[in-house]
Design a protein around this ligand. Structure first.
Ligand code: C2E
Ligand code: CA
Ligand code: CA
Ligand code: CA
Length: 278
């Protein structure tokens, strides 16, 4: 029995080791990727549920290396969060997004808002607003073209501080969206205090609309959002049936493969041109 215990300990230790090694590999890969400029931004259209017209898009980071191909955000974002590399990645994403959007506006292809994801570490930066000011100025993008997506987890780490930061961002004309709503732990009391514009319903809730219970849940979320004067975006919409159900539940904006997967900057420009001709 003693032996068995020792083995188990060894086994546990070994799997922990593998995890640590894997993490170190990802960390090194990210460092290399930042140096070589392997991070780019893809854009996923957000569509008005009634008119079917484009109203904006979400910027999504892509890590593509010549050797490894596409590395999924699910595998590198958690590591980048832990190592702090997310700060540099986030800055690159914001800078590239603002440059792309400025170009599309100048070309007369776009006049809406682009939504950029902010990680918890980024949101907590004491000089976040100044950093955003700098990037907007450098790219000559007016602040009212920018929206930031933050999760419940991020704002609930320190709700009072979060409210201050959110107010500063709003004062600049930047819009704020609560991302992945319903998957975290924010209380309704706080939700009311956060100066938000938009509430994004997580894909998991959209997927659950196959049951009456699931549809009730989305109905409830939309009702709460509308009571707080928030616009509702549903993410991960894949089917015409989901679209019809969300329309009935008075959700305003859709994002998902039903309309388009995330597109490279070149592909998205083509999408904008095609929209303009409609
Ligand atoms: P998220 O913010 O919830 O982004 C939505 C994710 O759902 C994206 O995955 C998008 O490609 C995917 N998606 C959209 N529509 C559909 C659909 O109809 N079906 C399916 N199956 N998936 C759909 P992605 O790009 O892999 O990003 C995953 C997560 O990584 C994001 O979830 C976000 O939390 C994080 N992330 C992505 N880009 C950034 C970034 O620039 N900064 C930060 N901090 N996090 C990011
Ligand atoms: Ca998001
Ligand atoms: Ca989301
Ligand atoms: Ca999500």
């Amino acid at each position: 029995a003693k032996n068995e215990g020792a083995n188990r300990y060894l086994f546990f230790n070994d799997s922990m080791n593998k995890l640590a090694v894997k993490r170190l590999q990802v960390e090194n890969l990210i460092r290399h990727g930042l140096k070589e400029d392997y991070f780019s931004v893809f854009y996923q259209p957000k569509m008005d549920i009634v008119t079917g017209q484009l109203v904006g898009m979400e910027a999504l980071v892509r890590f593509i290396t010549p050797k490894k191909g596409v590395i999924s955000p699910a595998s590198f974002i958690p590591v980048a969060e832990e190592t702090g590399q997310i700060l540099e990645i986030g800055e690159v994403v914001l800078q590239k997004t603002c440059e792309d959007v400025k170009r599309w506006i100048d070309q007369g292809l776009f006049h809406g808002r682009v939504a950029v994801n902010l990680s918890a570490k980024q949101f907590m930066l004491p000089f976040l607003c100044e950093q955003i000011d700098d990037i907007l100025q450098r790219s000559e993008l007016p602040s009212y073209h920018l929206e930031l997506e933050i999760t419940e987890g991020t704002v609930m780490q320190s709700p009072k501080l979060a409210i201050d930061t959110m107010k500063k961002l709003r004062a600049r004309g930047i819009h704020l969206a609560m991302d992945d709503f319903g998957t975290g732990y924010s209380s309704l009391a706080y939700l009311k205090q956060f100066p938000l514009n938009t509430l994004k319903i997580d894909k998991a809730f959209v997927d659950d609309m196959t049951s009456a219970r699931g549809r009730n849940m989305v109905d409830t979320i939309v009702t709460i959002a509308h009571n707080l004067n928030l616009t509702v975006v549903a993410e991960g919409v894949e089917t015409a049936e989901q679209l019809q159900q969300l329309k009935q539940l008075r959700c305003e904006i859709l994002q998902g493969y039903y309309y388009s997967k995330p597109l490279s900057a070149a592909e998205f420009a083509a999408f904008l041109k095609q929209q303009k001709q409609l």
